[in-house]
Design a protein. Structure first.
Length: 286
């Protein structure tokens, strides 16, 4: 019955694993709802800021704002990569790391010096393994990113762009299109490219002046872009983890079915053998 005991042990182990993956799936489902609510709340605000900047923008005003500076050549760029602190989310982090390596390779091919800023243990561990120096590394951003988190990430980069030590800033994150579609993307946040105005240009009476409004709105627009990347990246992670844990739970169920069937067959074969041995022993005594 050694094989039967071994199978029972494997069945127990898979049952325990399935309980864990099922629990993680339920937790990810709960967090996904909150994360998608934050995504839905962030998008209208971002759209409103973009439309306001598009309405205020003019070529004459653009020359007065460092954040609108369009450098002739990009000599030095910052790449901000957003990953997760935890795994068990399928190819979520692998796709982001692949996108980051492709972006860095493209920039360096064009002669741009790249400084890398990474959020999340998975990204930090990967690039440290490769031996690449990190300008900054952050693991303190939780599964509920805030506007303060975005400010702490991008303000130093805005200052570097303003004083001319940086010519471009890119953010790499997952865009949350739906639960089944969360592709990685590289978005240039600096210099600010004014959104195209839709429809006829409206004539506003402005108070304070357009210059004063843009002074406040341009940094806010950059911070909001990074905040949106944080919340969409978190929603994408929870979606990926939910899918991965659901697949793991389903696979564990299939394995249990096969193991129980194998165990029952082994037990039946053993019982049959014992009956045959008893019958054979009785016949030998006659």
């Amino acid at each position: 019955m050694a094989k039967g005991r071994e199978l029972k042990g494997r069945i127990k182990s898979v049952e325990n694993t399935r309980k864990i993956t099922r629990t993680m799936e339920m937790v990810a489902t709960s967090k996904l709802k909150r994360a998608t609510d934050r995504v839905a709340a962030a998008r209208p605000y971002a759209t409103a800021i973009a439309e306001t900047i598009a309405s205020l923008y003019s070529t004459e005003l653009a020359e007065r704002f460092p954040l609108l500076r369009q450098p002739a050549t990009v000599r030095r760029a910052a790449v901000l990569l957003l990953t997760s602190n935890r795994g068990l989310a399928g190819a979520f982090n692998a796709n982001l790391l692949k996108e980051a390596r492709a972006t860095i390779a493209r920039l360096e091919r064009d002669g741009t010096e790249v400084e890398l800023h990474v959020v999340g243990k998975k990204g930090i561990g990967f690039f440290r393994y490769l031996g690449r120096a990190l300008a900054t590394s952050r693991t303190d951003i939780t599964d509920r990113p805030s506007a303060q988190d975005a400010t702490s990430l991008v303000d130093a980069l805005m200052e570097g762009f303003t004083n001319g030590s940086l010519d471009a800033v890119y953010v790499i994150s997952s865009r949350f299109n739906s639960v089944l579609s969360t592709p990685p993307q590289t978005e240039r946040v600096l210099p600010v490219t004014p959104p195209e105005q839709k429809g006829a240009r409206r004539d506003y009476l402005l108070f304070p002046s357009a210059e004063r409004l843009l002074t406040e709105l341009l940094p806010l627009y950059v911070r909001n872009t990074v905040y949106r990347a944080l919340v969409e990246n978190e929603a994408s992670f929870q979606s990926a983890q939910r899918t991965a844990m659901k697949n793991a739970t389903d696979n564990a169920g299939d394995i249990l079915t096969n193991l129980r069937r194998t165990y029952n067959r082994a037990r039946q074969a053993q019982i049959t053998q014992e009956i045959a041995e008893i019958v054979g022993g009785a016949a030998a005594l006659e």
